[in-house]
Design a protein. Structure first.
Length: 202
């Protein structure tokens, strides 16, 4: 048999592309749309994080608060310190500055807490809310703190120290959402009062 010779420069025609089925095209379209939605949600999340970054820029806000204090714009300083405390209630510098700004501006101390929407549950007009012993204990932290602050500002440091110690002990077992802040405030005041007592000693 004679071997078949190949013609120089001759190439086989390219294979014909198979057209995709309508079901596959529909599936790929859904995948693309889902991908676009995921990317859009991620970009929206990034934009929200960028908006919150100003609150997290602690050093800049502290510097602005200090500048406001030096310029005797105590109300502005109170607002900046409150912004920092809402982001981190355990920020010692912000807490100390907030106390000082409130004292100089005679602004009432307001503990920053997250806003809670009121329940839409309808109550009858005749029904009276019952307060449990636990709720009464948690609501006693604010008046106790105000009494301690009043005694401190009037110069009655012994009474203030006792009230702060009482506030400290009650805040430990309290379920009040502000208990951690009251605990921190009382602890700072007790430390400050003990330092003053040491300085008075000969």
């Amino acid at each position: 048999m004679v071997a078949e010779k190949s013609v120089p420069g001759h190439r086989l025609p390219p294979p014909k592309e198979k057209s995709s089925s309508p079901i596959l095209s529909k599936y790929l379209k859904k995948v693309r749309e889902s991908h676009k939605g995921t990317v859009g949600s991620f970009e929206a999340l990034l934009s929200r994080i960028e908006g919150v970054r100003g609150v997290r820029n602690r050093e800049t806000l502290l510097r602005r608060a200090e500048e406001a204090m030096k310029a005797k714009r105590y109300a502005d300083a109170v607002g900046i310190y409150l912004k920092l405390l809402r982001a981190n209630p355990w920020d010692k510098d912000a807490l100390k500055g907030y106390q000082k700004a409130c004292r100089l501006s005679r602004h009432r101390l307001v503990m920053p807490t997250p806003k809670i929407k009121p329940s839409r549950t309808a109550h009858s007009k005749m029904a009276r809310p019952r307060t449990s012993a636990q709720e009464r204990a948690t609501s006693a932290l604010q008046p106790l703190y105000e009494q301690a602050e009043q005694a401190y500002k009037s110069g009655n440091f012994k009474k203030a120290e006792l009230l702060y110690m009482q506030l400290l002990s009650e805040a430990v077992g309290s379920t009040d959402p502000k208990s951690s802040i009251y605990y921190r405030l009382a602890k700072e005041r007790i430390k400050e009062l003990s330092q003053k007592a040491k300085e008075k000693q000969p």
